[in-house]
Design a protein around this ligand. Sequence first.
Ligand SMILES: Nc1ncnc2c1ncn2[C@@H]1O[C@H](COP(=O)(O)OP(=O)(O)OP(=O)(O)O)[C@@H](O)[C@H]1O
Ligand SMILES: [Mg+2]
Length: 524
Amino acid sequence: MRLKLISKLTISASAVLIIFMAIFAYVNLATMRKLLLEEAILDADKLSETIIKTTHYQMLEDDRERVYQMISEVGTQADIERIRLITKEGITIFSTDKNEIGAFLDKKAAACNMCHAGEKPLLHASSMNRSRVFRVGENKEVLGMAKAIYTEKKCYTAPCHFHPKDARILGVLDVIVSLDGMHRQLASYRNKIIVAAIILLGITSLCLSLSLRQLVSKPVKQLLRQTEKLSRGEMDDSINFSSADELGELANSFNIMTQKLKNARNELEEWARTLEVRVEERGRKLKQIQSQLVRSEKLASLGKLAAGVAHEINNPLTGILMFASLTRKNENLEPSVKNDLDMIITETQRCAQIVKGLLDFSRESVPQKKPSSINAIMDATLALIENQSRFQNIAITREYSQEIPHVLVDPNQIEQVFVNMLLNASDAMPSGGKILIKTDTRENHVRVTITDTGTGISEENLEKIFDPFFTTKDARGTGLGLSVSYGIIESHGGKIEVESAVGIGTTVTIILPLPEGNTYAGNP
Ligand SMILES: Nc1ncnc2c1ncn2[C@@H]1O[C@H](COP(=O)(O)OP(=O)(O)OP(=O)(O)O)[C@@H](O)[C@H]1O
Ligand SMILES: [Mg+2]
């Protein structure tokens, strides 16, 4: 059976209380019985004394009938069992119990033994020593009180008497009284003690149970509830009782432990959450690096092929162009032949242009780097192309940061990159628009952003724009501008990023590293 803590405590405290109360009641009842018995002995002694005194005269007169009558009358009182007169020889000469008259009592008998226990009989004894308690029948307890009748002067001087002078004791008056009254009193007293004990026990148990509930059960229950919550992983609540005892300390420690567990769990969760983000970020970077590698490899192999083709085609092209131009100078030519020759010259020039682009793309020239101002290179580029008709309807805005330190670059190659970007922007805005050019510095690199309000690039094309020969401009474009620019920026240790939204515009960001030790601490 599962008993609650409070029940166990109450039961054990009550058991201790019951044991104490039982001992207390036993001692109390024993004392009470002793007192009541002493009182009964005194009463019996007084009664004996009264009988002797009231029958004194009749005894002197030797009026035995009268004496016996008087004793009989006294013996009719309630609680008096019997009264008897015993001679010093041990013969019961009178008793209120007629059956006893004439009976001989041995000195060993209980009534005599009190004084006749020793070798010499006691002449005087205290009322206590003259009394005896014994049982009559099954349950009845009685008190016997023997009182000696002493010889007086009158006894041996009276003419009627025959008692010798040296007879010190004439006989014994033995009064036997019932102790029922005493037992009734004791029973009533015992009942009162039992009722008082039960009431006291009830009140004590109730008070004990209430205070235990308040001081122990409630806090323990709260602790138990909190422990269960903790095992379910609920850590938001705390125990809200405070007492300056062990339970209060336990609650406080429990709250601290819960808070620490919560913090540890939060840390773990945060760690797991950021781990996911970090893994994602790392994965994204790896993917980027992989696509860069693929692109570089593609460019390298294409570059070799392009270099070979361009080199082989360049000489015949020069020849075609030279001979076509020379033939075209002949004035006697038919107009239709002249037109055909013009066409040959234009297309050959276009071919030469493509070859030049291929050579640029494949050229493995090491950049001639020198400390240069990015803003100055951009200004030079703009001066070169700004006046071209394609930029007529385009508003160019410059937002340069003046705090950019010089970067180590080949100014010609960087200028070529800028030209490519600006030409692409103008191609995307045939009916005009805006170009915003920004330069600034971040931590250890310089950033150049060129934003246009052109057609934008679809998501599908965005993946291919750096591929050599990818163009959406038909015959007008070679698809080499971004590939060449990518190669140049890569050889400078930088990178190109393109963000675009169809119908809104494109932003190209060119990132160039700052030389070691020249990092810019500000954040313009
Ligand atoms: N600013 C831009 N706005 C819209 N599309 C662009 C932009 N820049 C590049 N593109 C797209 O990327 C393609 C590739 O550009 P890239 O500069 O490599 O070649 P191209 O401009 O087509 O030809 P080339 O530069 O050799 O004359 C372009 O055809 C165009 O579709
Ligand atoms: Mg281009």
